[in-house]
Design a protein around this ligand. Structure first.
Ligand code: OAD
Length: 244
């Protein structure tokens, strides 16, 4: 029993959405396989070849309409709701740019931005739009008329979003759970070390063992949709929180 001094931080990566049918980045069949990230996920690529970058992101934006949240997204939303009701801190930070956490019942902190949002580099306009998904057509800015909005995602070489809120959440964290992330990309990959160093209970769930796992972390291999619901039940009971 941990009482209300407990605070849970969950970090998710592409693996949490894999069971919904979205490709992860690394490994066989991953989005980066045979495609250097510099070609599609950097500001330089967008300046050099906006057509290629836009079509890559438009395909990913279009794909969102055909996928649904899975049991892992739903279980993490149940964990968040039950924790908040019990006065236990809860933050869900995701590196994912899909919208499956929110559709599964919990609004996460999107540290790498969101596919659903478009951004004008000229005037700073931002808006949600999942209707314009033609890979061959740029979307002009409705505010200043600039010819092409960009996806509001964080590219390599850009600063991730919400770093201050994430740091605040990690500061008080007693339980840290990483789901479906390979531990390759910083700063997110460093949060596990940080939580461990601050004495939190650290749990890592993933299909393959991530790069940043430490012997004192509890590693739970397997598919997120199968493993996370049981893990959430266990955590709720350990924290002394009623499920509903
Ligand atoms: P990766 O593709 O690097 O890693 C996905 C992780 O999920 C791996 O550890 C897999 O073993 C695991 N996995 C695959 N299927 C799974 C399943 N069904 N259940 C549980 N785990 C599963 O994705 P991320 O770590 O999220 O950044 O990648 C981090 C960042 O790198 C992304 O946000 C993106 C990318 O480049 C940017 O684009 C800025």
């Amino acid at each position: 029993m941990c009482g209300t001094d407990s605070s849970v931080v969950v970090l998710t990566g592409a693996g949490v959405s894999a069971d919904s049918g979205l490709a992860t980045f690394r490994g066989a069949g991953g989005l980066w396989e045979g495609r250097p990230v510099e070609e599609v996920a950097t500001p330089e690529a967008w300046r050099r070849d906006p057509v290629q970058v836009w079509s890559f992101y438009q395909m990913r934006r279009a794909k969102l309409a055909s996928v649904e949240p899975n049991e892992a997204h739903r279980a993490l939303a149940r964990l968040g709701a039950a924790a908040r009701r019990a006065g236990v801190g809860f933050d869900l930070v995701t590196q994912n740019v899909d919208d499956l956490h929110e559709r599964g019942g919990w609004d996460p902190i999107h540290m790498h931005g969101e596919l659903a949002v478009l951004l004008c580099e000229r005037c700073g306009w931002r808006g949600r739009d999942l209707d314009s998904v033609d890979p061959g057509a740029f979307v002009p800015c409705p505010d200043c008329g600039w010819e092409r909005l960009r996806p509001d995602v964080v590219w390599f070489g850009e600063m991730p979003y919400h770093l201050e809120s994430i740091d605040a959440a990690l500061r008080g964290c007693t339980h840290f759970l990483a789901v479906g992330t390979s531990g390759h990309v910083y700063p997110a990959a460093g949060y596990l070390d940080l939580a461990r160093a601050r004495g939190a209970v650290t749990i890592v769930q993933s299909l393959d063992e991530p790069l940043n796992v430490h012997p004192t972390d509890r590693f739970l291999p397997g598919r997120a949709a199968e493993v996370v619901p049981d893990l959430v039940r266990e955590l709720l009971s350990e924290l002394g929180i009623a499920a509903d």
